[in-house]
Design a protein around this ligand. Structure first.
Ligand SMILES: Nc1ncnc2c1ncn2[C@@H]1O[C@H](COP(=O)(O)OP(=O)(O)OP(=O)(O)O)[C@@H](O)[C@H]1O
Ligand SMILES: CC(=O)N[C@H]1[C@@H]2OC[C@@H](O2)[C@@H](O)[C@@H]1O[C@H](C)C(=O)O
Length: 361
């Protein structure tokens, strides 16, 4: 079975597409990939969405994200060496709202699946989070199941996805999942801070952060946010960790590069704290997501885990930018095969559930 996984994450850079081949004996292989960047207008419009955005604008963006998703899948539909259409497209969509702790809990991903099915001629699996939420779960993170499928072994291991938000999966020595939750911000604050001061989309290799110095008091204030100490299950997003949140902790006289350096340390420190709380016996960390390309950030994480092998997923044969899209392909396969997934230890769902809804070809 071939499934194209599509992930458009909190960094709003665009859509990652990976075509994954699942073989009968459980093996899976990425056989093609494509990144479709959002154009600047779409990116800005998505960044502006909040609780006051008119419904008509949200519905217009629902179609625009669907078109970007269809374009992301297009080059992978009939690759030169394989003229067969895939069996499905697993569409995460763009999260525009995530409030797992409201009563009732709510989450919203846009990118009209019916439109993607029409434009590609392939069945689309979408809406992966809401069934988990309806069953009492956080609706996120979902990646830990896939991290297990890819990276479980006979030793405990910590897997960290460094997207806009960071999430941690702790694998035990029996190939099970001990814990999985969002640790806090990974790149989202650094991206927004450099965008507002230097007009760059992100801090390439952490060079700007490396030019600043850690501000210890700011670091402590930021890490005092109750989210970091809260026990799992928990998930978060830029609804909470954003520039307004940061501004509430700034004195106003900090040098911008020093703030960037401090934000990198907040990411590294919160991840290391989460690992030490749940995986101190693992002594093995695997990093994936775009932040795993930030050499400065990786150095700061390594410094906090002395003696651990801290490797990127590339070292285990899976490109860092493939992991999340492959994860949604994996979830799409489970949905097409009618598999219930047990998220109880991760999201707090009360029982195993079938995630995702299928829009036929
Ligand atoms: N060379 C690099 N140097 C520094 N940072 C990088 C580099 N390449 C990518 N990044 C970071 O990775 C981010 C994109 O990562 P990714 O695509 O994994 O995030 P996402 O999928 O949008 O987020 P999420 O996992 O939260 O949904 C960029 O916004 C940037 O911050
Ligand atoms: C609500 C939402 O879209 N959350 C994303 C986001 O990006 C990282 C982190 O926050 C994680 O909770 C999740 O994505 C990954 C793929 C997940 O569900 O595991």
């Amino acid at each position: 079975m071939d499934i194209i996984g599509l992930m458009s994450g909190t960094s709003l850079d665009g859509v990652d597409a990976v075509r994954v081949r699942f073989e009968d004996h459980g093996r899976m292989q990425a056989i093609g990939r494509h990144h479709q960047a959002y154009d600047a207008t779409l990116r800005q419009a998505l960044a502006r969405v909040d609780a006051t955005t008119p419904l008509g604008e949200v519905l217009r963006l629902d179609q625009a994200v669907a078109d970007a998703c269809a374009s992301a899948a297009q080059p992978l539909l009939r690759p030169a060496d394989d003229p067969n259409l895939p069996d499905g497209i697993a569409l995460h969509g763009q999260t525009i709202w995530h409030a797992p702790d409201d009563d009732p809990a709510t989450t919203c991903q846009i990118g009209n699946p019916a439109r993607v099915a029409e434009r590609t001629g392939v069945a689309v699996i979408a809406d992966f989070r809401r069934r988990d939420m309806a069953a009492g779960g956080q609706g996120a993170p979902l990646a830990p199941l896939f991290h297990r499928a890819l990276f479980a072994g006979d030793q405990p291991r910590a897997v960290v996805n460094l997207g806009g938000i960071a999430n941690l999966t702790v694998l035990d020595a029996r190939g099970g999942i001990r814990q999985g939750f969002d640790c806090g911000p990974a790149n989202t604050l650094m991206d927004r801070w450099i965008a507002s001061h230097r007009g760059a989309a992100y801090d390439r290799d952490g060079a700007w952060a490396a030019s600043g110095r850690l501000l210890p008091e700011l670091y402590e204030r930021l890490l005092a946010d109750p989210y970091f100490k809260r026990p799992p299950p928990k998930s978060t997003g830029p609804e909470h960790f954003n520039l307004e949140w940061l501004a509430g902790h700034l004195g106003g006289h900090e040098a911008p590069a020093d703030v960037q350096a401090t934000l990198a340390d907040v990411t590294a420190g919160s991840i290391a704290d989460a690992i030490m709380a749940w995986a101190d016996d693992a002594r093995d960390a695997v990093l994936c997501g775009g932040g795993a390309l930030n050499t400065y950030l990786i150095g700061r994480i390594r410094q906090r885990l002395p003696g651990w092998p801290v490797r990127s997923s590339d070292a285990l044969g899976v490109p860092v930018t493939d992991v999340e899209a492959m994860g949604f392909a994996w979830l799409g396969r489970a949905a097409m095969q009618g598999e219930a997934l047990d998220m109880q230890a991760i999201t707090g769902a009360t029982h195993p559930v079938r995630l995702g809804a299928i829009y036929p070809a």
